[in-house]
Write a protein that binds this ligand. Structure first.
Ligand code: ADP
Ligand code: ASP
Ligand code: MG
Length: 444
């Protein structure tokens, strides 16, 4: 029988009643055998996610020496969730043991991981399924990357004797045997890892929207859903800020060609989005698949006559950044100019000053200019390379909205064009691009 791995996100775990609908979804398809869950998310706008409560709990532990005060709201959240389930599940011992271990471990990652741990424990009781603690099956290497070989083997072994299993997402074990989390939103990666380990025919990612939308629904009202997306497009869009799926979740499934289906827990009848290996994907005819973006970048603009003829120029500039341990997002360049686009959170004033001085010493440029508070917006589509005039349409739409473009970078894959605009123009620019490519033409 084909196997599906299903990951349910935070809003799908928010309270006991929603977990009852999740149970129905799982039980309606016998192929749904391996379940990965996030920590309970927000129940209403203004509510706090359990993971955020846990980060605050860790802070209170460092301040008070014990976590009791910070753990109280987490305890209350799980107690009410279990009450709503009406299922005679006794969670008190597990909560007590968790609180005790948080005090002993004194680790931020360990504390943050307990939302997924407790949630998976509850869901395993609800489903009558085996609980497999990711601490014992997901392994990180010394460099912090996933130890795929060891992890896939351990997951397979743990699942050998079970029909239905539940895993907590978001964490695993480092080389010192300590719990380590992925970055925020990382349960999507855990789901992909279990899918790869179990050679699933499909990785279903259940969330609170009916699939990947052509842009962020918090910026444009009801954007069009995207029915099909290639792995490559997914990577570009999610990396650039479409956080419906963690941008790293693609890696475990890509090697095994496992498709991903994004589904809505609250509207399971909706088709959602299929994310397919690029070889099985045909662009649907529309040039642009989606638009995504992120705020808060700094651009270092460097100008020097005959820069292009100077051997090793770029290497010397990048060496200055490497010395400061700074990663560069994009490097658009011309014959006499280059720009370095850097996430501002990496740069303190002091570091920026040292970088500018380093560049001046190493390559003696004519000008070095800093442009701060830049938002990057990526317009993505595998069909873009074969359609004429896309960039003209894009730039005209942005100009018509009276937005000044500070930087342009066309990816060498020709499946994206990235523009840099002022942070303040970010939402307006996304709306202008969306309206140019999606409101007149039908979206597949
Ligand atoms: P989960 O808790 O299920 O992992 P997330 O909150 O991480 O869910 O991701 C789903 C959210 O991503 C949506 O509620 C939506 O607000 C946001 N989002 C941002 N960009 C997009 C997009 N292009 N398509 C769909 N959702 C998006
Ligand atoms: N609970 C974690 C977070 O809030 C992981 C996840 O939801 O995927 O980031
Ligand atoms: Mg998420």
């Amino acid at each position: 029988m084909a196997i599906k791995v299903c990951k349910f996100g935070g809003t799908s775990m928010a309270d006991g009643n929603i977990i009852k609908s999740v149970k129905k979804i799982i039980e309606s398809d016998p192929e749904r055998k391996y379940i990965v869950v996030s920590a309970p998310g927000k129940r209403y706008s203004g509510d706090t996610k359990v993971t955020d409560l846990l980060y605050a709990c860790y802070k209170s532990l460092t301040e008070n020496g014990v976590c009791a005060a910070g753990f109280a709201p987490v305890r209350a959240r799980f107690e009410s969730l279990v009450r709503e389930l009406n299922m005679n599940i006794d969670i008190d011992d597990v909560l007590d043991a968790t609180e005790k271990r948080i005090d002993e471990e004194k680790s931020e990652d360990f504390t943050a991981s307990r939302g997924e741990y407790l949630c998976a424990w509850v869901v395993s009781k609800v489903l009558g399924a085996k609980f497999i603690d990711s601490e014992n099956v997901v392994y990180f290497k010394e460099n912090g990357k996933l130890d795929g070989e060891r992890t896939y083997k351990a997951i397979k072994e743990a699942c050998a004797d079970c029909e239905l299993a539940v895993f907590p997402g978001f964490y695993g074990q480092d080389i010192n045997g300590k719990v380590k989390t992925f970055s925020r939103g990382g349960s999507d990666i855990s789901g992909a890892i279990v899918a790869r380990a179990m050679q699933a025919s499909l990785y279903e990612n259940w969330t609170d929207v009916s699939g990947f939308l052509a842009c962020d629904p918090r910026i444009v009202d009801s954007p069009k859903p995207i029915k099909k997306l290639s792995y490559k497009e997914l990577r570009e869009l999610s990396y650039m800020g479409a956080n419906v799926l963690h941008s790293d979740s693609i890696f475990p499934v890509r090697k095994a060609n496992i498709p991903i289906q994004i589904k809505n827990t609250f509207r399971p009848q909706d088709e959602g989005t299929s994310i397919l290996p690029s070889s099985r994907y045909m662009p649907a005819g529309n040039t642009v698949t989606g638009v995504a973006g992120k705020k808060n970048f700094t651009v270092i603009f460097i100008e020097k006559s005959l820069m292009n003829a100077e051997i090793g120029f770029i290497a010397k500039v990048l060496e200055v950044l490497a010395r400061e341990n700074i990663s560069v997002e994009h490097i658009p360049s011309g014959i006499d100019t280059m720009s370095l686009v850097i996430a501002s959170e990496q740069l303190t004033d002091f570091k920026l000053q040292r970088i500018i001085e380093g560049i001046q010493t190493e390559v003696s440029p004519d000008t070095v200019r800093i442009i701060e508070n830049i938002a990057l917006i990526a317009t993505v589509g595998q069909g873009m390379s074969s359609s004429v005039g896309t960039s003209a349409r894009l730039f005209n739409a942005i100009a018509a909205a009276n937005i000044n473009i500070k930087m342009i970078d066309q990816g060498s894959s020709e499946m994206n064009i990235i523009v840099g605009v002022k942070n303040d123009d970010y939402e307006k620019c996304i709306r202008a691009i969306y309206s140019e490519f999606f409101t007149s033409a039908p979206c597949e």
